[in-house]
Design a protein. Sequence first.
Length: 469
Amino acid sequence: MSRTIPYRFEPNATAAALHAEHGEIEDGTETGVQVTIAGRLMLRRVQGKLAFGTLQDSTARIQLFAPGKVTPDFADFCDLNIGDWIGVTGEVMKTRKGELSVKVEGWSLLAAAARPFPDKFHGITDQDTRYRQRYVDLWVTPESREVFVLRSKAISLTRRWLEDRGFLEVETPMFHPIPGGALARPFTTHHNALDQELFLRIAPELYLKRLTAGGFERVFEIGRVFRNEGMSTRHNPEFTMLELYQAYADYADIMVLVEELVEHLALELVGTTELPYGDKTINVAAPWRRASMIELIEETTGQVVRLDMPIDDLRAIAREFHVEVKDSYGPGKLILEIYEKTTESVLWDPVFVTDYPKEVSPLSRDHRELEGFTERFEGIIAGRELCNAFSELIDPVEQRARFEDQAQQKADGDDEAMVVDEDYLRAMEYGLPPTGGLGIGIDRLVMLLANVHTIRDVVLFPTLRPEAT
RNA sequence: GCGCCUCUAGCUCAAUUGGCAGAGCAAUAGACUCUUAAUCUACAGGUUCCGGGUUCAAGUCCCGGGGGGCGUACCA
């Protein structure tokens, strides 16, 4: 069969709309309504001089009803392969057996599938193939398509929600001359004309705070960040982060913002705040619990830890919980390690874990009451970090001291430590108002909303080894 | 990085103690005017992930390598 492929095609209906508008008509009746639809032929049942097909578009599936006396080039229509793209024009009707259909009174081949489609019932089960050939997976794994539609809606709703609260969306550089804003190893690249080493950003944080200094009182950015670290069910080397900064706010304000945003997304996208997740549910209704790291460690382990206890005591406690203790760890780092080892993964319903040690929080402001701690929190859901936020450090002198401490840690061999960013310090020296800041991992948020358990199921094209050829 | 599991036709899966590599779907050729994972007939489809080894004989056992999954470690 050789057919000319048209240059354009103009559908005026979708499968889902047809089901919504005509789903209730009587069996064996015709509507008199002519429509044009397009999609892939997913199933085909030729029965002599009558053929049935199942057409799938981006919304749903609908049956094609093709009597030999009505359908032009009937033999060619019967020769279509599963996976072929076609456009169909005809009347909306329901078969005697009660299946809503479009009678094929005209049709065009829009693309032939030269490769056989996967098993029409089982689809693709091999994870690797699903990720590498997402263009096939999206057709044969309905849940896969649904997750990415949900992801798109979640990001769109988030944008609207923030804009309604006066936030301005901005774009800041992905190439950073100095990697900063988080503790992570960066990817490195090189600009030829400048003959300069550049880093793919590990966080937009320091640029967004420059904008706060620049007078944008509420800014946010949703974009990709890159971290040259391990891959797992929760880590992809490139992932999507929402960061926002709100002038005149502190970390308590940001907690309210987070719980309200997540509650809003759950209600809009899942219809409830009781999110099914695996064989349990997660209740994301606001307000979420607030509890300090120290408090939570004691709650789960019975062990009291304090920043001002003798460091050897802290080291002993850490070893007791099988934490790998390095000599360079101060008390703050030890407490964080103990928390991550014993407590984080057992927290299920949302909790804001507050008051992180200053030692491990180089960009957060000193706690207004607790010596040695900062006004920082992480939102933990299902044992995983959803977000990280703080009352931003606004004192340039203190920030310089923290940077220099980080630089020393880097010199001591910590390749995730920060380096001094003089331009950021200059911006702070011009004055940064009290500011609350937030980073949310969008991929992990979508995992929660979509009830999926691996980040690769919420990233269209996850990072994989190159395919062997 | 470490441990366990896995890899057979385009897809989904079989193959007993080591004994001729098979089936369904898809594809190809045909039959069939209410099917819907249509059905029926016929035909075709293979570097069993790769490379070694043991054996009369290897998809199967052993060694090495590769891809993938899970767990763990790492990871703001």
